[in-house]
Design a protein around this ligand. Structure first.
Ligand code: NAD
Length: 291
């Protein structure tokens, strides 16, 4: 199946990065958001990020202009008509995703493939909700999308081989490496990464090490580019807690229980970078450990 036109639903952090990458890889892109104001903001962000690539010499100014000409933005889901692949990147709420799949159903052709960028919901369940389970798949990008090289491709129980092959080819055309995963809580990356970060928070809670010692330990002792607490702040502590809850509930083992200190920080509104405070205080430059 030849995929030339991609629809992206949700022009936030991830949808923006997915649209950016798809445009620069030669796809026509229709970017949809429910909120009118989100669309010019997304175009401005994409333009600024492409300008940075032009300055760095990774793309030419002509490539940027040509890519942005292939972008259509709209609040109207019916503009997705004619898309070969639709990638949904709306907030992580099952009922919202279900509502969108219902709304777009009349617009899709029999061949249109539908992918969700969900971090933690069951692909099999979303696929059933979409009413086209053989043509549904998980396409889990990482933030920031234009920089991060991986896409996890997750098959639901009913995803067809043809759907997997077509979406794998798209991911490769986007310049990404594919990690194929079965549908299981956290897929591959979050299943391994989030318990490691959660364990770092237990290590802090128990007083085994300070924020500085824990982050330096993993950076210098395990060669990680970021310390686990720094990374927790980057991901967002509310997002991390939500993923730990999915792992705990879905896999049913105590080893996935969210650390009480993580719960306490989220209750306090200390969500990491986005709220100005998490394990680090971002009101100062460079950020320093908050405690
Ligand atoms: P975000 O909040 O930045 O963006 C979501 C966008 O969807 C917003 O622009 C919002 O206006 C729009 N939206 C809300 N309701 C809509 C509707 N009914 N129709 C169309 N658009 C609507 O969220 P995000 O961080 O980009 O996350 C999107 C998805 O990607 C989630 O499923 C999340 O789990 C997943 N994800 C996030 C990350 C990450 O690091 N943030 C990484 C991988 C996957």
């Amino acid at each position: 199946m030849n995929i030339a036109k991609i629809g992206v639903i949700g022009a936030g952090l991830m949808g923006n990065g997915i649209a950016h990458t798809a445009l620069l890889s030669g796809f026509d892109v229709t970017l949809i958001d429910a909120f009118e104001a989100a669309l010019p903001k997304a175009v401005a962000t994409m333009t600024k990020n492409m300008d940075r690539q032009v300055t760095k010499g990774t793309i030419t100014a002509a490539a940027k202009d040509e890519a942005l000409k292939r972008l259509v933005t709209s609040t109207d889901l019916s503009r997705l008509q004619g898309a070969d692949l639709i990638i949904e990147a709306v907030p992580e709420r099952e009922e919202l995703k279900e509502q969108i799949y219902r709304q777009i159903a009349p617009v899709l052709s029999a061949d249109t493939l539908l992918a969700s960028n969900t971090s933690s919901l069951s692909i099999t369940k979303l696929a059933a909700m979409s009413g086209r389970p053989d043509k549904f798949i998980g396409m889990h990008f990482f933030n920031p999308v234009p920089m991060m090289k991986l896409v996890e491709i997750i098959r639901g129980i009913a995803t067809s081989d043809a759907t997997f092959a077509a979406v794998q080819a798209v991911a490769e055309k986007l310049g990404k490496t594919v990690a194929a995963a079965q549908d299981s809580p956290g897929f591959i990356v979050n299943r391994i990464l989030c318990p490691m970060i959660n364990e770092a928070i237990f290590t802090l809670q128990e007083g085994t090490g300070t924020v500085t010692a824990i982050d330096a330990g993993l950076k210098l002792g395990a060669n990680h580019p970021m310390g686990p607490l720094e990374l927790a702040d980057f991901i967002g502590l509310d997002t991390l807690l939500a993923i730990m809850r999915v792992l705990h509930e879905g896999l049913g083992e105590d080893k996935y229980r969210p650390c009480p200190l993580l719960v306490k920080y989220v209750n306090a509104g200390w969500l990491g970078r986005k709220s100005g405070r998490g394990f680090y205080d971002y009101s100062v430059n460079p950020p320093r450990p908050a405690k």
